[in-house]
Write a protein that binds this ligand. Structure first.
Ligand SMILES: CC(C)(COP(=O)(O)OP(=O)(O)OC[C@H]1O[C@@H](n2cnc3c(N)ncnc32)[C@H](O)[C@@H]1OP(=O)(O)O)[C@@H](O)C(=O)NCCC(=O)NCCS
Length: 108
């Protein structure tokens, strides 16, 4: 199963703190708070938002999941991985430009 999402970063920027609180898990929020550049914060939240919407598409949409059920973290090389208590294995890929963030999720 596969899912994709595309997010406009201008819309993230309008509500950055509210979205960060709504979308980010505790582990992600720790990383977010370490960031000093506003641009990096916006792309980080946009990337996580795209990643989680992509995950919702890849999983059965009829099941109710919350943004905070998933943590999209980065390994020592920067590669993103998904931490979740739900018993599924999710591969994720994220990209961002100045204006957009996009993500693809794959249930393996
Ligand atoms: C990693 C790399 C592919 C990112 O590409 P980019 O065009 O600069 O940036 P993009 O906007 O497309 O992608 C950024 C996202 O790529 C992901 N990413 C970072 N490193 C990655 C890696 N090693 N493998 C897979 N995905 C990676 C992250 O999710 C990142 O977003 P996030 O930090 O908000 O989670 C690119 O920088 C690269 O090839 N680097 C060479 C390897 C390198 O420099 N490694 C440094 C750490 S050892």
């Amino acid at each position: 199963m596969i899912g994709i999402d595309l997010v406009e970063l201008s819309r993230i920027a309008l509500n950055l703190e509210r979205l960060a609180n709504k979308i980010l898990s505790d582990d992600e929020f720790v990383e977010y708070q370490k960031m000093s550049l506003l641009k990096r914060k916006i792309e980080y939240v946009g990337g996580r938002f795209a990643a989680k919407e992509a995950i919702f598409k890849a999983i059965d949409l009829k099941q109710a999941f919350n943004y905070k059920d998933f943590s999209v973290l980065n390994d020592e090389h920067g590669k993103p991985y998904v931490k979740t208590k739900i018993d599924i294995n999710i591969e994720i890929s994220i990209s961002h430009t100045n204006n957009y963030a996009t993500a693809i999720a794959l249930i393996v």
